[in-house]
Design a protein around this ligand. Structure first.
Ligand SMILES: *Cc1c(COP(=O)(O)O)cnc(C)c1O
Length: 422
């Protein structure tokens, strides 16, 4: 018999809130940053270059260009691809808004395509139908850390003669057909925000095999400033501004943290993978929920563990399950409110509810569970026990509600509030 959840007066699973994600910083990271602070460069110096080289090696790309955060990395990527007014970009509504905002930053227009309802990923076949004569690029997203069908999108982009850009903010360490994500698209972006796989506080990276794109990314990151001409003329002070660029630089302090974090990437991904496996094992046979679906041929990087609720088996909507788990001090989350539903998009692009039915059905069921490498086994068990407790309770309410009035279903005898397994 399952015990009473905290929302119904039971004892919360935990005394303190377990967040859905957080950074893993150790003494080695702290030492690396202290050393950088005593060094000659604080802003972009040799450590940024070393970090870029190590990052490029880690993902198997020829070039990596660091930026101040993932959002501006996306902006650089869009600018490097030459996006401008009148251009259109086919992308997914199931992402963080920064993905499609990158098109808006350049006065280009995002066109959303509906997602696969099992994985939340964009599929080449659906994206194809949204490509028109103005489409200049595809922006895919490795949502939750699962790589998209890169071969399919490569073929689609080549077939249509458009650029292929990947938002892999969730997918550092993920693999597609045995190769790390990072060089399959024309350009690939990563975020180094504290909830992501490795962090520099704020930070982003763009990787590419294309020399021309890497050069443009570097130019745009630093004001569109060409210093080569000054060197040629032997005038140290002289430079020329050849494009409208930005200051989107990463600092050496951050790069020192990034280099130190990068050494631990494999361990972080492996720990995330183990936690995800433990969750899936526990939830596979739990009525009321569906664990994430992983397609063959990929290694999922598990930025997010996304549970889908089977709402027809529960006497609750997602938001009630969400509130019940928060009451247990399990920091569940929802990733994401579909981008086309935000007021900015509805006003600017005329998008509306009901336009992309699969993503909206997907969104209604979504629940992100806590997942980060420094979670203890006890934390993982807390999440599992709280989900089992809350979901079973809403499932039982539904079953009882079907045969008896709700008031009777609520007045079940109270069970012990002691935590199982403690
Ligand atoms: C985190 C994230 C970004 C933005 O990265 P920041 O470093 O926070 O600016 C972009 N796209 C997706 C899918 C993300 O998850």
């Amino acid at each position: 018999m399952s015990e009473k959840p905290a929302v119904a007066g039971g004892r919360p699973q935990r005394a303190t809130m377990l967040p859905y994600g957080r950074q893993a910083i150790d003494d080695e990271d702290v030492r690396a940053v202290s050393e950088a602070l005593r060094g000659e460069f604080l802003t972009t110096g040799p450590t940024v270059e070393r970090f870029e080289q190590a990052f490029a090696r880690a993902v198997g790309a020829k070039h990596a260009v660091a930026a101040s955060n993932g959002t501006v990395a996306l902006h650089l990527m869009a600018r490097a691809l030459g996006l401008g007014k009148g251009d259109r970009v086919v992308t997914t509504p199931m992402t963080f808004v920064a993905t499609s905002n990158a098109a808006l930053f350049c006065d280009a227009t995002p066109d959303f395509a509906d997602v696969d309802e099992e994985t939340g990923l964009l599929a080449p076949s659906t994206a194809r139908s949204r490509i028109g004569s103005k489409t200049k690029a595809l922006f895919t997203v490795d949502y939750t850390g699962q790589p998209v069908d890169y071969a399919g999108f490569r073929d689609l982009a080549d077939d249509k003669g458009i650029a292929f850009a990947s938002d892999a903010a969730h997918a550092l360490g993920a693999e597609y057909k045995g190769r790390r994500v990072g060089a399959q698209a024309d350009v690939t972006m990563f975020s180094l925000h504290p909830v992501k796989h490795i962090t520099t506080g704020e930070g982003g990276m763009v990787t590419t095999d294309r020399e021309d794109l890497a050069e443009r990314l570097r130019l745009l990151r630093n004001h569109g400033m060409d210093r080569e001409v000054g060197r040629r003329l032997g005038r140290a002070y002289y430079y020329e501004i050849v494009e409208l660029g930005y200051n989107y630089r990463l600092t050496d302090i951050q790069a020192a943290l990034g280099l130190s974090q990068l050494k631990k990437l494999d361990g972080f991904v492996a720990r995330r993978e183990r936690i995800a496996q433990t969750y899936t094992q526990a939830f596979r046979d739990l009525p009321g929920v569906t664990p994430p679906v992983v397609r063959p041929g990929v290694r999922h990087a598990w930025h997010l563990y996304m549970l889908r609720l089977n709402l027809d088996e529960l006497d609750a909507k997602r938001d009630e399950v969400f509130a019940a788990l928060r009451a247990e001090n399990i920091g569940v989350h929802v990733h994401y409110v579909p981008v086309h539903l935000h007021p900015l998009y509805r006003e600017r692009l005329g998008t509306r509810p009901g336009q992309f039915p699969a993503v909206e059905r997907f969104y209604e069921r979504l629940l992100t569970l806590p997942l980060f490498p420094t979670m203890t086994d006890r934390d993982v068990q807390d999440v599992i026990e709280a989900v089992e407790k809350v979901v079973s309770w809403f499932a039982a309410k539904r079953t009882k509600g079907a045969v008896r009035p709700k008031a009777t279903a609520r007045s079940r005898p109270r069970t012990s509030s002691s935590r199982r397994g403690s």
